[in-house]
Design a protein. Structure first.
Length: 191
């Protein structure tokens, strides 16, 4: 099985990536093939609502940018998809939302390619905004007809400076448990 983690953070090796790596560790310990994609290193333009993906129905987007098709194809191949975002003024990062918006339109135009995959979001903030950002990202998973398991609390962590989230042991335990539930669920669905 394949697990894909996508970091919407502008910071490489920042708090969001620490949270995602906690999940990746669980996936790797379960013997899954894993990959982390950093949107800070991959340019994805926002959706223009042109509707071309509904006309071509070939799992492509008419826009040309650095990374959309590469990431979209990896999302289609993955059994588990998790996304992570820091909180930017009470919401997810624009680069993550650009990817999810376009992947959502292209995926739905091509027979709902994400339906019944498992996954979910992880968010990090200095002080507040996690609930809204978590809900914002969760809405994407739900409208894609994906299966999102729960955890012992919400998948969020606290931290501002690089690495500070590692002091949030409850947050790390929560996302670890979330990842364990993702593995359990994916194994049940694939058996």
């Amino acid at each position: 099985m394949k697990a894909l983690a996508i970091s919407g953070s502008a910071r490489t090796r920042g708090n969001t990536e620490h949270m995602l790596n906690t999940c990746i560790e669980v996936f790797e310990n379960a013997g899954m093939e894993t990959e982390l994609i950093r949107l800070s290193k991959n340019s994805v333009h926002p959706c223009t609502a042109c509707g071309s993906c509904y006309k071509t129905k070939d799992n492509t987007c008419i826009q040309k940018d650095d990374a959309f098709h590469m990431i979209y194809d990896k999302m289609r191949e993955a059994d588990i998809i998790i996304v992570g975002s820091p909180v930017y003024f009470g919401s997810a990062t624009p680069n993550l939302m650009a990817l999810l918006d376009r992947a959502g339109y292209v995926g739905r135009a091509n027979g709902s390619v994400f339906a019944r995959k498992v996954g979910g979001p992880v968010v990090v903030a200095r002080r507040a905004g996690q609930n809204f950002t978590l809900a914002q990202l969760l809405f994407w998973f739900m409208i894609m007809d994906m299966i999102v398991p729960g955890s012992s609390y919400w998948n969020m962590g606290f931290g501002r400076g690089p690495g500070e989230v590692q002091e949030d042991t409850e947050g790390l335990d929560t996302v670890r448990h979330f990842a364990e539930n993702l593995v359990w669920l994916a194994e049940k669905l694939n058996s």
